[in-house]
Design a protein around this ligand. Structure first.
Ligand SMILES: O=P(O)(O)OC[C@H]1O[C@H](OP(=O)(O)OP(=O)(O)O)[C@H](O)[C@@H]1O
Ligand SMILES: Nc1ncnc2[nH]cnc12
Length: 180
């Protein structure tokens, strides 16, 4: 990745204090989406880390994955499949679901993808903004496999996971959380 993009990502990122006895700072990624040069460079930078694996589709979870995933899909010249988090209005067609382990907020989310959008033989690149426990990415890998497709790895802007999780999920990232 170009050092320009690293520098821009670090400069446009904020840790915010929500106050009201909230116990920790929260990440504010809005500066990344507001920057034309970051928005322009992100897709090619993330796609470039996995181009050799020849993905045929990008899968990413709501809600921030719906920003980052299509940028990567455009750069790879492949399509995009959205993964929904359960608990809101049902999607009115057959879905493949997986329950995630507790994530970075302690939630056990159900993640679901429209089954017809992942095909046997697809090589699916999972894309997300940030990987901490890896729970959501792992659940997406299970869905991809259940649909007969192959997960080729996880491309993230920020990795905050252990080396074991990074190896298991084949996480490649532009930044480590310690840089922010
Ligand atoms: O590695 P994990 O512990 O699974 O955490 C990573 C996930 O958490 C965030 O989503 P979150 O639902 O918190 O926020 P968002 O809906 O704003 O994307 C992030 O976008 C990843 O999807
Ligand atoms: N957006 C995010 N996703 C996952 N883990 C985080 N830790 C801090 N911000 C995060």
């Amino acid at each position: 990745m170009s050092s320009d993009l690293t520098t821009e990502l670090i400069g446009a990122f904020r840790w915010n204090d929500p106050g009201q006895n909230f116990p920790h700072l929260v990440s504010d990624l809005s500066g990344w989406w507001r920057s034309p040069s970051i928005l322009h460079a992100l897709g090619p930078a993330l796609a470039g880390m996995f181009a050799a694996e020849k993905p045929t589709v990008v899968v990413a979870p709501e809600v921030t994955g719906f920003i980052v995933g299509p940028l990567v899909a455009i750069a790879l010249e492949v399509g995009f499949v959205e993964a929904y988090k359960g608990g809101h209005s049902p999607v009115a067609e057959p879905m493949t679901w997986a329950q995630a382990a507790p994530d970075h907020k302690g939630r056990r989310l159900s993640l679901g993808v429209r089954t017809r959008q992942l095909r046997p033989g697809d090589r699916a690149l999972i894309v997300d903004d940030w990987i901490t426990t890896g729970a959501q990415s792992r659940a997406l890998g299970e869905i991809v496999t259940a649909c007969g497709a192959v997960p080729v790895g996880t491309a993230a802007i920020v990795a905050e996971c252990t080396p074991d999780v990074a190896a298991e999920l084949r996480v490649r990232s532009l930044l480590r959380a310690e840089q922010l």
